[in-house]
Design a protein around this ligand. Structure first.
Ligand code: URA
Length: 287
């Protein structure tokens, strides 16, 4: 070691002592080099750390890898108000996809869109218009009839013919407004000659009816006539046997009554319809 190197080494040792490091040593002779690691130990021979090139200030092994603010001059915490308005970073895991936003129940518009220009059953070729349903999309009461007749097929709206006029009158008599309820049918296309809808037609169409009811989420579903009672409640008996009774229907209740068209053919039976509508009114008013 020449004088120059010795001087430089001495300066480094003093520098480390000023830092409070007792003395350097080399872990192994093999580690000797330009960037020899200096560790706290007194015993290592000074001559062993002789560098072969001009010495650069060594990076101490114990140095933290990221800057740490000195404790004495720690930054004051931000005022609570400032901290409060800072948006919280979501807990995000790179290995997990973020949860999909909740889509919520489907709307009647979405169901209508899905139905499209329906050709799912044999009623399609003879119908004029699909009669989807009408009324308050959040109604507490849903009426379900059998299927569109000639007037409904023409206008695209349910219960607008003679049976519809009677339905309006009975509703009015118990204080129900047409615009506050929802009205639809088991099938959305007119069966030829107003015949009763057939099983395959009901099977194709009723999933849309169920989705409509689920979307509306009513308190009460009123089945007008046997096809609606059979489809929604699985009732095998005649309508006159089960009419006026409340059934559980998911989270809602259901009640079956005679179809207004039946009352048009049997005017003396109007009192049955009226009686059942009074039950509906009482149910909805919580009486
Ligand atoms: N009868 C029904 O069952 N539905 C209508 O929409 C009209 C008459």
């Amino acid at each position: 070691m020449n004088d120059e190197t010795r001087k430089e080494l001495k300066a480094w040792l003093e520098f480390y002592q000023e830092l409070g490091i007792e003395g350097p040593y080399l872990r192994k002779p093999g580690n000797v080099g330009t960037h020899a690691v200096v560790e706290a130990a007194q015993t290592a021979p000074v001559a062993a750390v002789a560098p072969s090139k001009p010495i650069q200030p060594p990076a101490p092994k114990w140095a933290p890898t990221r800057p740490v603010a000195p404790p004495a001059v720690a930054k004051p915490a931000p005022p609570p108000a400032a901290a409060a308005i800072r948006p919280l970073a979501p807990a995000f895991n790179l290995f997990e996809a973020p949860p999909a936003p909740r889509s919520g129940p489907e709307t009647l518009e979405q169901i209508r869109q899905d139905l499209g220009d329906c050709r799912r059953c044999k009623l399609a070729p003879t119908r004029k218009t699909i009669v989807f349903g009408v009324g308050d999309p959040h109604a507490a009461l849903v009426f379900v009839g059998e299927g569109p007749g000639a007037d409904e097929d023409e206008q695209g709206l349910p219960f607008v013919g003679r049976a519809g006029k009677l339905l309006n009158r009975i509703m009015q008599s118990v204080g129900l407004k047409r615009e506050e309820v929802y009205i639809c049918n088991v099938v959305k296309c007119r069966p030829p000659g107003n015949r009763t809808p057939e099983k395959d037609e009901i099977d194709s169409c009723s999933p849309f009816l169920y989705r409509q009811i689920e979307s509306i989420n009513p308190r009460l579903v009123c089945c007008l006539g046997a096809p609606a009672a059979r489809t929604l409640l699985g009732i095998k008996e005649g309508i006159t046997k089960v009419r006026g009774q409340f059934f559980n229907f998911g989270a809602a209740k259901a009640l079956a009554t005679v179809h207004p068209a039946y009352v048009l053919r049997n005017p003396r039976e109007e009192k049955i319809l009226r009686e059942d509508f009074e039950k509906i009114r009482d149910f909805l008013s919580g009486a």
